[in-house]
Ligand binder design. Structure first.
Ligand code: C2O
Ligand code: CU
Ligand code: CU
Length: 500
């Protein structure tokens, strides 16, 4: 089989360059290389750094992948959907020999990592044409927080399409959070959430105009490339769920039957202490880590995706104006709770406590400057709907925000859209803290890189610009909105010439 052979070649090259560990996602049991070649193991692969180096080959290309009971023609990294998980530690060097076997240009973005935005680092301005290669190389700072990060393509104009094709994988940084005894004792489970729109042939349905404006969604919702997989928990035990919303547009409003979720980490790593949640909203690009206590009667409990309305319904005026719009509300999230995975009690263990404290979240100094960014949309002549920051669509040549290294700024994100469409705002390279939402202070501090700005809301974030100069971007993480213009450039410069 062509697919398997390719897969094998990719693996062979990878193990020569770095270290390849393959594990069951749940059981953490070592499996043999021959077993790797069978499809049921495809989601269990991880590449881990060794002796300070994470080195691997990564190939973006077409793949035929099994999603639930469907054969799907998708885009993949190394034949896997979701892509292989990468794991590194603070201080490590990352060296990825990337090859583009897609029919379009692409590149790689390391979402949430605090690394250089220049050169062969997390550089959103690189373009790798079809059949070309590029070796990415950057260093993860020694003081980088531990957390759940991810990688995906970031070539403006193709981002939604390529991510919707399946190109997304976890990038884990292991560190202090993982060493907290109660966290360490928990069973670790990764959960990558992706949705797909397949036609009868198992090919991705191209979005219509309306779907692009709303942000494309698919009715096939998967966790780790599976439909409703089992999440094992021990009676008395703890399960650590590490969640990623890798969908281009779909929001996940998560609730676990009869079990509260104890939030321990957000986009940028640990929070100060666990926060008990009844439900958790994860917008595109966001991550969360939660602990689940196995303290209910043994049985099965569904992890549900509850209905959520992203707004924007008024934007086309009355329904008669745009054919095909009638079905949209159904495309945009389902109207009834949808099971994403099933928590299943397996064995039992001695009762494990929740951690009391996690990691202190630094309190940031007052900002030296405040900047206002207005999020809006407009109908452009000839091209249809465009999405805007401060009235402008993306221009890679223009610098929209110029900041100095070592400073702290407040950004006021204003979603003035009269149709009240939600936009998850994302900033590369430097994580931030949310200060307030419509003037209300946030209940607890957390490091974020993606924050929901609901229709009609004003969200204030505080960003320290540290360690790295260079040019990067911020954008809406509904990736169609990003492709349709809702992205800006940020230049981080040194403070040369100014008295200090
Ligand atoms: Cu996950 Cu610039 O994006
Ligand atoms: Cu990003
Ligand atoms: Cu948006």
């Amino acid at each position: 089989m062509k697919l398997r052979r390719r897969h094998f070649l990719a693996l062979g090259a990878a193990s020569a360059g770095g270290v390849l560990l393959s594990r069951w996602a749940i059981g953490q049991k070592q499996i043999s290389p021959s077993a790797i070649l069978t499809e049921r193991y495809r989601n269990a692969l991880a590449y881990k750094s060794q002796d300070g180096l994470l080195e691997m080959n990564l190939e973006a290309g077409n793949a035929v992948v099994r999603l639930g009971d469907r054969q799907a023609h998708l885009l993949s990294y190394n034949g896997q959907v979701p892509a292989p998980r990468l794991e590194a530690k603070p201080g490590d060097t990352v060296r990825i020999h990337f090859r583009n076997k897609l029919s379009e240009p692409t590149n790689l973005h390391y979402h949430g990592l605090h690394v250089t935005p220049t050169g062969k680092g997390d550089n959103a301005f690189l373009s790798i044409p079809p059949n070309e290669r590029l070796t990415y190389e950057f260093k993860i700072p020694t003081n980088h927080p531990a957390g759940t990060f991810w990688y995906h393509p970031h070539h403006h104009g193709h981002v939604a399409e390529q991510v919707f094709g399946g190109l997304a994988g976890l990038f884990i940084v292991r560190g202090d959070l993982d060493e907290i005894p109660e966290v360490k004792a928990a069973r670790e489970q990764f959960l990558v959430l992706q949705d797909f729109a397949l036609n009868a042939d198992g090919r991705i349905e191209p979005p219509n105009h309306m779907a692009m404006m709303m942000g494309r969604e698919g009715s096939l919702v998967t966790a780790n490339g599976q439909v409703n997989p089992t999440l094992a928990i021990a009676s008395g035990g703890l399960l650590r769920l590490r969640l990623l919303n890798a969908s281009p547009s779909r929001f996940y409003r998560l609730a676990l039957e009869d079990h509260p979720l104890y939030l321990i980490a957000s986009d940028g790593g640990a929070i100060a202490q666990p926060v008990e949640l009844r439900e958790l909203l994860l917008t595109p690009g966001e991550r969360a880590e939660v602990l689940v206590k196995g303290d209910r009667p043994a049985g099965q409990y569904r992890l549900l995706n509850l209905p959520y309305d992203r707004g924007g319904m008024g934007m086309m005026g009355n329904e008669g104006m745009m054919p095909g719009m009638g079905g949209m509300r159904h495309n945009q999230g389902s109207q009834s709770p949808q099971p994403l995975a099933t928590l299943t009690y397996r064995e039992s263990t001695t009762s494990l406590p929740l951690p009391k404290k996690l990691m202190a979240v630094e309190s940031l100094p007052k900002p030296g400057n405040t900047r206002r960014i207005e999020l809006s949309m407009a109908m452009a002549m000839g091209t249809g709907m465009v999405f805007l920051f401060n009235g402008q669509t993306f221009d890679p040549q223009r610098i929209d925000a110029s900041v100095s290294l070592g400073t702290v700024e407040d950004w006021e994100l204003v979603n003035a859209d009269p149709d009240r469409m939600d936009h998850p705002f994302h900033l590369h390279i430097n994580p931030f803290q949310v200060i307030s939402r419509n003037g209300q202070p946030e209940p607890y501090p957390a490091w974020k890189d993606t924050v929901l700005v609901k229709g009609g809301e004003t969200v204030r974030i505080r960003v320290p610009f540290r360690d790295f100069t260079g040019k990067t971007v911020y954008h809406c993480h509904v990736l169609d909105h990003e492709d349709l213009g809702m992205m800006g450039t940020l230049e981080i410069g040194t403070r040369s010439g100014r008295p200090s």
